[in-house]
Design a protein around this ligand. Structure first.
Ligand SMILES: [Zn+2]
Length: 336
């Protein structure tokens, strides 16, 4: 009996693994057949534009509008989780404008994508029947995220110092998801579209890989601009750094993941330490200049080291012979 039970138990994990493997294989086969049908029945232009639109709708617009609706419908509840209550209180008057600007910018991005797919002599992102290999997909997604983050940091910092007027619209509101794409169109092209598209275009990644890259970027945008203070892990870090960038009026946290801010000393802790060092140096310089001035006034001779005057011992002075003290005999004398 025990031998039968142990053989049954040893068989159970194998069957589970086998079932999972079979299910994964069947899912993959089903996905591949769907993809094959799609590629054979539709033009690459149509697939490229519609799939990009669907990813933008699902990964950016759906979560961004859901969070905005929550902030508008339950402001008291939402206020408790936000870094800035003003990001909720301002929304009833600012939401239509943010929605319009974000929609125009995303339409512009999609229009440029369609133009590039239509006009270029080669496929922007190949729509082929063969699927990309999993290691290639992972490599391309990580590389795209790395290049996109680096480009965003340097462009964002440059825009802040060289063209603050171009970027001002993006700082016209505390962080809220719609603000991620609601900015000046030129600012959007420079800080949002270019970093997202550069690596996939240079690598000419498969359209499916590009869609994953775009989905990741949309998710990161929503988390960064959520404005919520209670998020965990990476989402919490993204939200906190964006809040820090807005709270400090664009003087720190120019990057997305915080790595380049740490390396270039543009995180608030580094800036504070730098300011302390600068203040210490300025204080020392002022002291040196003061000493040099005194030395010059004393005929280019250093001031003599004068001894410190000794403090006198304070003693309470008592009236001599009891002067001023009213005694019984003195009162009698005064009365007579
Ligand atoms: Zn900024």
């Amino acid at each position: 009996m025990s031998a039968l039970l142990s053989s049954a138990l040893s068989f159970l994990p194998t069957s589970l693994i086998w079932n999972n493997y079979t299910l994964t294989s069947l899912n993959f086969l089903f996905f591949y057949l769907t993809w094959l049908t799609l590629v054979l029945s539709h033009s690459p232009l149509k697939i490229s534009i519609l799939s990009t639109l669907i990813i933008r709708l699902l990964c950016f617009w759906l979560p961004a509008l859901s969070i905005t609706a929550f902030d508008l419908l339950l402001p008291d509840l939402s206020n408790g989780w936000k870094f800035h209550p003003s990001s909720v209180s301002m929304l009833p008057s600012t939401a239509p404008g943010l929605l319009l600007r974000a929609a125009i910018n995303d339409a512009l991005g999609l229009g440029l994508h369609a133009l590039a797919v239509y006009a270029l002599p080669f496929q922007l992102f190949p729509v082929s029947m063969t699927l990309p290999l999993l290691p290639t997909v992972i490599y391309d997604v990580l590389l795209s995220q790395m290049i996109s983050s680096c480009l965003y940091y340097y462009l964002h910092r440059t825009v802040h110092y060289l063209w603050p007027a171009l970027h001002a619209q993006h700082h016209s509101h505390p962080p809220t998801p719609l603000l991620a794409h609601a900015q000046n169109p030129a600012d959007y092209l420079l800080l949002s579209l270019l970093p997202t598209y550069l690596a996939p275009v240079l690598r000419r990644t498969h359209i499916l890989t590009f869609l994953i890259v775009l989905a990741v970027q949309c998710g990161v945008d929503v988390m960064r601009f959520s404005g919520y203070s209670g998020l965990w892990g990476m989402a919490g870090g993204l939200s906190r750094r964006t809040e820090g960038h807005y709270y400090n009026r664009g003087t720190c946290y120019f990057g997305i993941w915080g790595v380049l801010d740490y390396l270039h000393g543009t995180s608030p802790a580094s800036l504070e330490a730098d300011a302390k060092r600068t203040f210490g140096r300025a204080k020392q310089r002022a002291k040196d200049e003061w000493d040099a001035g005194l030395a010059k006034a004393a005929g280019d001779k250093p001031l003599p080291g004068l001894p410190m005057p000794k403090a006198k011992k304070l003693t309470k002075a008592r009236p001599k012979g009891g002067e001023g003290v009213v005694t019984r005999s003195r009162r009698r004398k005064a009365d007579s």
